[in-house]
Ligand binder design. Structure first.
Ligand code: NDP
Length: 344
């Protein structure tokens, strides 16, 4: 079977592509320019013609994926900006929403062979601030960030802008799917990961150029000079996390399993404090490692409180799809070794 993966050069997408190739699928990966594709062609060269590139220079244009969807059996739409630097909501919302719409419309037009479409969403489309501890489920939608962006426009926080972009994009996907259901031969699945950490295999030449989530981990656990957080921040729940390799596996399950049909799959390994990652780093590397003389030592007085304010119901992925997530220790060990190999 052949799978189209959009934004194939991204941190998450590279692992999605690699997992699919390892499982025996053929992959057509889209990137914005031939220059961005060269690294992928080289990285996946051992798969021969099972990996091919397609150039889609502007995903926001209607018809952007008209050619790319031809002849594929399934689609994984991952391309979407993830950063907290937006000053104008349009910067993120236009590519997130229009990119999703153009993908689904191209499938409606030219995707006769497509059986399943997986859209990479996020827990950003689920989570809202609550005054008491909450376990969010696949029934929850983040309306608050959409409201904040509508109310404050360019003055909305960059986090609200990102979260609104993901929520609006996922809603657009379900809207198009529901409007066409009955007339089409494919079904929709969305994958909603929390913060994604773990080894990077995409093209990145220095730590400062890491994608948003991996950079946050590096800047907190390894490079304390660059974004060191206060003890109070280190020791309260930061968010929930998942290893990037597990995100790759969950995308493959989302594509291949009947039980995934029409689900929003929350792919979370669990809540985390930064302190827990720092402690995991010291456990797996008790003597530090060569290139990390500054491996963070953690808070002066490690906390005993690990109060969880936000968690996610992961029944679909753990029970219905039978998936088990990687431990924090394993993910930390492999990430540190990846950085060490690169001399970071
Ligand atoms: P990366 O920045 O590594 O990858 C983003 C991908 O999207 C790249 O291929 C990028 O292409 C493409 N992209 C971004 N903006 C545009 C645009 N305007 N037009 C076309 N393509 C664009 O981030 P991640 O791998 O972390 O993110 C991948 C997906 O996973 C996103 O949908 C993100 O929302 C989602 N996600 C990520 C999480 C995380 O913690 N990392 C958590 C939850 C969801 P280019 O290189 O050309 O810019």
């Amino acid at each position: 079977a052949k799978v189209l993966v959009s934004g194939a050069n991204g941190y998450v997408a590279m692992w999605v592509v690699r997992t699919l190739l390892e499982k025996g699928y053929s992959v057509r990966g889209t990137v914005r320019s031939p220059a961005k594709g060269a690294y992928l062609t080289n990285y996946f060269r051992s798969y021969g013609d099972k990996f091919e590139l397609a150039i889609v220079d502007d995903i926001t244009k209607d018809g952007a994926f008209d050619e790319a969807v031809k002849g594929v059996d399934a689609v994984e739409h991952t391309a979407s900006p993830f950063h907290f630097k937006a000053t104008d909501p349009e910067e993120l919302i236009v590519p997130a929403v229009n990119g999703t719409r153009s993908m689904l419309r191209s499938i409606l037009k030219n995707g006769e062979s497509v059986k399943r479409v997986v859209v990479t969403s996020s827990v950003a489309s689920i989570l809202e601030a609550r005054s008491s501890p909450t376990v969010f489920t696949d029934k929850d939608w983040n309306q608050a960030s959409i409201d904040e962006v509508e109310k404050h426009g360019k003055n909305a926080t960059s986090a609200a802008i990102y979260r609104a972009s993901k929520t609006l994009a996922e809603k657009a996907a379900w809207e198009i799917y529901n409007a066409n259901k009955g007339k089409i031969q494919w079904d929709l699945v969305t994958v909603c990961p929390p913060f994604v950490f773990g080894p990077a295999i995409h093209e990145v030449d220095k730590a400062a150029a890491l994608n948003t989530s991996a950079a946050d981990w590096y800047n907190t656990v390894v490079n304390e000079d660059n974004g060191w957080k206060s003890d109070a921040v280190l020791t309260k729940q930061a968010s929930a996390w998942v290893d990037v390799r597990d995100v790759g596996s969950v995308h493959e399950l989302a594509l291949s399993k009947d039980a995934a049909s029409e689900k929003r799959i929350i792919g979370s390994a669990g809540p985390f404090t930064w302190q827990a990652f720092i402690e995991a780093a010291h456990k797996v590397k008790p003597n530090g490692i060569a290139n990390h003389p500054k491996l963070a030592k953690g808070a002066a007085n490690p906390p005993t409180s690990t109060q969880v304010n936000v968690d996610y119901d992961t029944t679909t992925v753990t029970k219905d799809l039978g998936f088990t997530f990687m431990t924090m220790e394993q993910s930390t060990k492999d990430t540190l070794e990846d950085f060490e190999k690169r001399g970071w």
